[in-house]
Design a protein around this ligand. Sequence first.
Ligand code: MG
Length: 263
Amino acid sequence: MKKRTLAIALLTFLAQLAVAQEKRQQNPESSEIWEPVPRVVTPGELSPGAASGTTAPSDAIVLFDGKDGSKWVSVKGYSEANWSGVTEGSNPWPIRDGAMYSAKGASLRTKQEFQDFQLHIEFRTPDKIEGQGQGRGNSGIFLQGRYELQVLDGYNNPTYSNGMVGSIYKQAIPLVNPSRKPGEWQTYDIIYYAPRFNKDGMMLEQGKVTVLLNGVLVQYDTRIKGTTEYIGYPKIQPHGKGPLLLQDHGNPVGFRNIWIREL
Ligand code: MG
């Protein structure tokens, strides 16, 4: 009996000791992490007249500043066969009032190629309504030259849901439709994670994209199934870095304040 009492007393003492020790360890500093220190980035200014977004932060690559279109070259079409390799030379899109407008049957691609990134881009569909559905304010932003985030006049303009503004064309319907009226500036903020392939071209990981349209979430960590085809199903094509491509679909859609941060 005496032994048992002694054992209980010892256990109680050890338990109290453990609690005391734990309390000693759990001071505020013990859960503070000081390294690494995230580097300082100066944010941009609020973008004038747009629904949301800013001009380029200090660590972004400015792809179009409202004046200089030289980071883009003309391509014949928006399938890889037409944009990779040979391009058509300089950027033929007219620049007016700080924006460049899709024209002349020429799509554009960036000279530079990218992997994972954050992209900000502003667009404006024509204020004069012409056409309907896919024929009204159509353009597109092709991520790595292959995966189209649709640009379209989405204001009272019925079309197939997986081809409306905010869709990954014919793959992913946007969560909501936060479209502004025709002629108003709208913003896209895109966070893109490129697909991964092994050296034999087998896909190891799908590409992923999160998109805000006018500051409203429309794609959340959406898996990209493959190339965005007009006819037929997505195709998986192994690739490395790729350009951004802006589509000319016969409607004069304006673009401005384009910047990208590589991740
Ligand atoms: Mg399009």
